[in-house]
Design a protein around this ligand. Sequence first.
Ligand code: PEP
Ligand code: MN
Length: 338
Amino acid sequence: MIIVLKPGATKQEIDHVMEKIEKLGLKPWLSEGVERKIIGVIGEEDVLRVQPLEGIPGVEKVMPILKPYKLASLEYKSEPSTVKVAEGIIIGGKKLTVMAGPCSVEDRGMLLDIARSVKKSGANILRGGAFKPRTSPYSFQGLGEEGLKYLAEAREKTGLAIVTELMDARNLDLVMEYADILQIGARNMQNYDLLKAVGRTDKPVLLKRGMSNTIKEFLMSAEYILAGGNPNVILCERGIRTFEDFTRFTLDINAVPAIKSLSHLPLIVDPSHASGKWGLVPALSRAAVAAGADGLMIEVHPNPEDAFSDGSQSLLPDKFGKVMKEIEQIAEIMGREI
Ligand code: PEP
Ligand code: MN
């Protein structure tokens, strides 16, 4: 339920409405927009039918939110949200965000080289997995804390922020220590305990869409994090399973304008996992920016042939540099910048 406050509602009036909602056992969230202040109400709303809030000073109208996700919805917040990751790195504003780097952190020297290279090409966030969700238990599982240390060193040397995957809530404190953004991978999009755990922090969270999940389920997972008290959610479309097997997944480009019509949360597109083929990544990157994405996550590797994971979808550093130039032009048409 959304309570729209009158334009001139005083602080006292707002506090009174907030208290009243809490007394009814519901959770109020005050959202201060440019034009209006509204209060989102989470919980069993039926009590409000017995105790109507319309008529209380300061309240203009009370509207039900019909969607199952509330805090993630545009009804709750009509202006696009931005997530501050570090000084000067804000996701969701006019400036596009580009996260780039290897699928897995493999070794120190390689990571530092790739960090310098993607930074030079214009990326502002370094990606790299230290805990890897692999289909096979025999595949490389990641360097763990050692990998996190290399990521932190790369941040120190380049000024890039760090995004890395958290797979297990037991590693939350460890990963929090090193990462600027916690990545929740596609395979964990509906791991509700993990979502609750990151929801209790205030770290930015990059939530990847599950490969077999609908947009509604995706936004419900974002809702878990928001409802836990963490507003810093960044969505990531990374391709879904379809009958097409030429590509690894199918980039759901529909999801970009669709999610923008439903939610205020920033949205990044990952063309690398979506296609599984490096040759398709430039075109999909251009398409994502043209469709209105707030940025990209792209896998880059100096020697894809020998990559520990996802080599076939990783761009060589110079090809990544070329993609950056191309999306700069698309960004301009879209009124965005890199
Ligand atoms: C990754 O980013 O390396 C990754 C494993 O992505 P996803 O969870 O989208 O498969
Ligand atoms: Mn990968």
